[in-house]
Design a protein around this ligand. Sequence first.
Ligand SMILES: Cc1cc2nc3c(=O)[nH]c(=O)nc-3n(C[C@H](O)[C@H](O)[C@H](O)COP(=O)(O)O)c2cc1C
Length: 176
Amino acid sequence: MSHVAVVYQTQYGATQRYAQWISEALHSDLYKLSDVNAQVLRKYSTIIFGGAIYASGIMGSKQISTYFSDLPDTKLIVFTVGLSNPKTTNYQSIINKNFNGALQKSISFFHLRGAIDYKKLNFLHRIMMFALKNKVKKSAHTSPETSLFLETYGKKIDFTDKESINLLVRQAESLI
Ligand SMILES: Cc1cc2nc3c(=O)[nH]c(=O)nc-3n(C[C@H](O)[C@H](O)[C@H](O)COP(=O)(O)O)c2cc1C
């Protein structure tokens, strides 16, 4: 058994892809969030959690927060996966919404860029993206992000990038 666990929560697979890459790089154990419990996680000295972002919510953040709160001596890393460009996005409000202040202090955060295939979206997600498109179109505010969103609306795009895990992997290695 490794001392490191990578745990993930995904809807369409981009977060799982990153979790697999990170787990391979660190020779760690890899779990879906639904396959772990507090007892399993207690065995690890470092836990890396990855969650996809939907409407500023990090999937699984509530559940993993419950586990993390009971692991004061475990080194904790969280990575998010979303379509926003991590180079130009401030994630603090998303972090505040998903992790309480005390936990934030013991977590190192990383943000990775995901993928979307509109054809594969479920009904709710399709409606949400449609509503967002109409809102963005009506808004007077434009940015590179909103332009990219409108250009790629309805299509399949994939920003996942194996190289982008390197900083996280180095940080995790320094903790082991
Ligand atoms: C309804 C909906 C809402 C989304 N909201 C956000 C968001 O708030 N921020 C963001 O960066 N990406 C957002 N995304 C993009 C997803 O985070 C992206 O597709 C990610 O790769 C999904 O990961 P998964 O494939 O692991 O589920 C949203 C996508 C959908 C369909």
